[in-house]
Design a protein around this ligand. Sequence first.
Ligand SMILES: [Zn+2]
Ligand SMILES: [Zn+2]
Length: 307
Amino acid sequence: MPRSLAREQDILRRRPPKRPPRLTSRRIGIHTSSAGGVPNAAERAYRLGCNTFQIFSSSPRQWAPYALGELQCAEMNRLRAHYNLKPLVIHTNYLVNLASSNELFLEKSMAAFRGEVERALSLGAEYLVLHPGSFRGADREQGLLRTSAAIAASTQGLDLENAGLTILIENTAGAEFSLGGSFEQVAEVIDRLRGIVPTAACIDTCHTHVCGYDIVSEDGLYRTLTQLDETIGLNNVKVVHCNDAKAARGSKLDRHQHIGTGMIGQEPFRILLNDLRLAHAAFIAETPIDSPGDDRRNVDALKKLVQ
Ligand SMILES: [Zn+2]
Ligand SMILES: [Zn+2]
């Protein structure tokens, strides 16, 4: 993506803000590019007015991890402390499928996932977001079992608990064979890992909507929040991916849109951001960058909704 890369680098070329950006009582951020080295993402996030952010620690659609030496980890720590950027959320590479029924692919995924956890530990990240995977070739229940077992096996010997790292299972758009469309499926993986690996949830608004939950009408949103509380538990929702949706409710089409301009609209984000039961969560946009400045506009759109 050379065009978006050039734009990202522009943010760093601009002079840093004279006054610190206005912050809110909520943790609000955006998925941020690691171009030029992972620590650059922290500087970008700060300049975009974030107090939390999400990154990849490997290229999202290739197996190769990003270079991550001790110096880079130390620099990331320094910038995060200096700018009060917390939590750091890392999103696992999209190729990893811990539910794969192909043994070779499962092994490759487990090795890659272990690398993700090791890098998250080196970077001192609080959360590592994982899509629960695809159960193609098996049934859903076997898929959920396989994912849970693979998370446990690939983190063996790593002390996530002491390091303060939690794996977050993300709900998905629920298309075809993908696991995690319903809150129940996400809850099942978390339940299976209780006492084994620190595990909680990341809830994506776009995925929730296109999977069929009503989060657009006020009544529907509160009913959906009740369902979320009764399955996963709102206290276990550590990150909310704030994405508007291009596609209709129930379409299972995962196309993110700018906050307030899609099928979800602005009001549900206002309710989520101001619900005290979610005050502990980090709200992170994964919205498209169609034109320069879209990242800042989406962060601002969320910040403005906090009352
Ligand atoms: Zn997401
Ligand atoms: Zn998505």
